[in-house]
Design a protein. Structure first.
Length: 323
């Protein structure tokens, strides 16, 4: 069966960033190192695979000689991923990747190295990789994927061509999440209506209901998505790499949920603070968003998901008692 070209993710097809990349490939002017950033790590993986396919299977390749880059078996496509519970990219795996891209291509004239969640490189790995960026190997493109570009060394960022891929309007894939957000909005309505002072027990009861449901929704969605993603992973992944991918999947999903909470908070505030009388709650809404941003920051240093959400909601409740 002839292999069809790998399409760009639907959310990116026809976007200016893709057009620039396609033109640069056609003119053989694509940078040797690309930093692919955005909010959705899965979208970045899809973009990296599509880009790698165009570099390793150019239009001149005969259909019967095309090789898949999605299953991890292409001899000139190499992957570097975080490993272990700490989800770190260490020095030794980084050296192994560098050694592979230094060797001549096996199936064609080009090689591609994909560094997944490159912000997870420890200090030693980052310094080793930086030397490769300073003296890049010939006929090689390095694709660095991250949702946290500012966590990278500035010297690494400055040596890469930046492409940001956003996919606005994509629903968070969690069954029951829209209902959770509606109940959260209703809870904000209670606070805005004065329940934090007049009916604190009811506000607190609903608060812990939201926390409990959040944990169940996140765990169930992670298990479902992981079961699907495992089917597409290369067979040669180590247990540590699989553990890191599963953890990253959970963290990425959690971050999207918190982003949805922030949007729901801001949207609700804009809807109700439209008159001078309603604007009395403006300060409390501002504090609520500030506490949410603080909770999201705690998650980045491996704070427990449910504890971070509980802390945010309790601080928000306190803000409304001082309205």
């Amino acid at each position: 069966m002839l292999l069809a070209p790998q399409p760009w993710p639907d959310a990116l097809a026809g976007t200016p960033a893709v057009a620039v990349i396609e033109q640069a490939i056609a003119l053989a002017r694509l940078s040797h190192s690309l930093l692919l950033t955005g909010e959705d790590i899965d979208l970045l993986r899809g973009a990296a695979v599509a880009l790698a396919d165009r570099l390793l299977n150019p239009p001149s390749t005969a259909p019967e000689r095309r090789r898949a880059v999605t299953d991890g078996t292409h001899p000139d496509c190499f992957h570097l991923r975080p490993a272990g519970k700490m989800r770190q990219i260490g020095a030794e795996p980084t050296r192994e990747l560098i050694g592979k891209v230094q060797v001549s291509a096996s199936a064609g004239g080009h090689k591609v190295g994909i560094i997944h969640e490159c912000d997870r490189m420890n200090v030693a790995a980052a310094n080793i990789f930086l030397k490769t960026l300073e003296e890049p190997p010939a006929h090689t493109t390095l694709l660095l994927l991250t949702t946290r570009p500012h966590a990278l060394l500035p010297t690494i960022r400055s040596r890469c061509q930046l492409f940001r891929f956003s996919a606005p309007g994509i629903a968070t894939p969690v069954d029951g999440w829209p209902a959770w957000l509606e109940d959260y909005r209703a809870w904000l309505g209670l606070l805005h209506g004065g329940a934090a002072k007049s009916a604190p027990a009811d506000a607190m009861f609903r608060l812990y209901g939201l926390v409990a449901r959040f944990g169940v929704l996140l765990e169930t969605a992670t298990d479902t998505l992981w079961a699907e993603q495992k089917k597409t992973l290369p067979e040669d992944l180590t247990d540590e790499e699989q553990e890191a991918i599963e953890t990253g999947l959970s963290k990425g999903l959690r971050d999207r949920l918190f982003a949805d909470i922030e949007r729901a908070t801001s949207t609700y505030a804009r809807e109700v603070l439209v008159t001078p009388e309603a604007a009395i709650g403006a300060r409390a809404f501002a504090e609520t968003v500030k506490h949410l941003e603080h909770a999201a920051g705690l998650l980045r240093v491996n704070f427990n998901d449910a504890s971070a959400l509980e802390l945010f909601l309790l601080k928000a409740l306190r803000a409304w008692t001082r309205k």
